[in-house]
Design a protein around this ligand. Structure first.
Ligand SMILES: C[S@@+](CC[C@H](N)C(=O)[O-])C[C@H]1O[C@@H](n2cnc3c(N)ncnc32)[C@H](O)[C@@H]1O
Length: 252
């Protein structure tokens, strides 16, 4: 049985082999720079799905952000005791490469399944591959967050770095769906960045979560990522030795 760290390291090695066999380090670095400028400066294009256009940006998303989101969500799930007791299913809405939901599911242990949904067919394929390599029991589907089935009692719902990409009406609809799911017995975790891009809807969501008995937190998580990831980080002029995020958390 692999420890959590061994599993993470084996997964990262597999990611390197998968993505650096298709693109060079310099191509992934350029993709990473394009992706990070898109997230910081051009929110409107995110709604249109521009983040996952092009092989360089996709590789950066899969090889760079997926492991960082895994480490971040694992730390937050531990701090919030989100896996106690283990959810039977986690709906990861806007799952992307699936890493964030997988981190929470691995904290919960065997018996917890993931249902990932994303509008990008590429992301869904990547999520399926990641679930398999990480040893998580889960399935990923192509679909819209607005129509995703949300679990009730004993389930968990994760929306990691996704709500900001939704259109306003879809976002308002999702908030009502999340609050209803929590009333039905599900726990809900929403994550967004602290720095970089504007998150204008946060305060109203925070009020709604706190009124329902939830909490709003800011996180700083020091990480020690694998060597290749650190090299990419530096080469792209970024610095991810500490990961930050804000979260909304609601449990029945
Ligand atoms: C920044 S990524 C985050 C991915 C993942 N949750 C993570 O933390 O690594 C946002 C994801 O939301 C997806 N997305 C955005 N709007 C969506 C929608 N309306 N329905 C389904 N997926 C959506 C995008 O395709 C993308 O994969």
């Amino acid at each position: 049985m692999l420890s959590g760290e061994d599993r993470f390291n084996a997964w990262f090695e597999a990611l390197e082999a998968r993505h650096l066999s298709l693109l060079t380090f310099a191509e992934v670095r350029r993709g990473l720079q394009a992706l990070s400028s898109l997230y910081v400066e051009r929110r409107k294009r995110l709604v249109a799905g521009a983040a996952l256009e092009g092989s360089g940006k996709r590789a950066a998303f899969a090889l760079f952000y997926a492991p960082l989101h895994f480490l971040l969500v694992r730390a937050i799930a531990r701090a919030l005791r989100a896996a106690e007791p283990p959810p039977r299913i986690i709906a990861d809405i806007g799952c992307g490469t699936g890493a964030a939901g997988a981190a929470w599911a691995l904290e919960a242990g065997v018996g917890c399944r993931i249902a990932g949904v994303d509008r990008s067919g590429w992301a869904v394929e990547e999520a399926r591959w990641n679930y398999r390599v990480l040893g998580v029991s889960g399935r990923a589907f192509r679909g819209d967050v607005a129509r995703a089935a949300l679990p009730g009692k004993g389930g968990g719902i994760l929306a990691a770095f996704t709500v900001n990409e939704l259109q306003e009406d879809a976002r308002a609809h999702l908030l009502q769906g999340l609050l209803a799911a929590a009333r039905g017995g599900a726990r809900v975790l929403v994550l967004e960045p602290i720095a970089g891009r504007a998150v204008p809807w946060w305060d109203s969501w925070s009020d709604a979560f706190r009124t329902a008995g939830g909490r709003d937190d800011r996180w700083r998580v020091p990480v020690d990522p694998p060597e290749r990831l650190r090299l990419l980080d530096r080469a792209a002029g970024l610095d991810h030795r500490e990961l930050t995020a804000r979260s909304l958390w609601l449990r029945p």
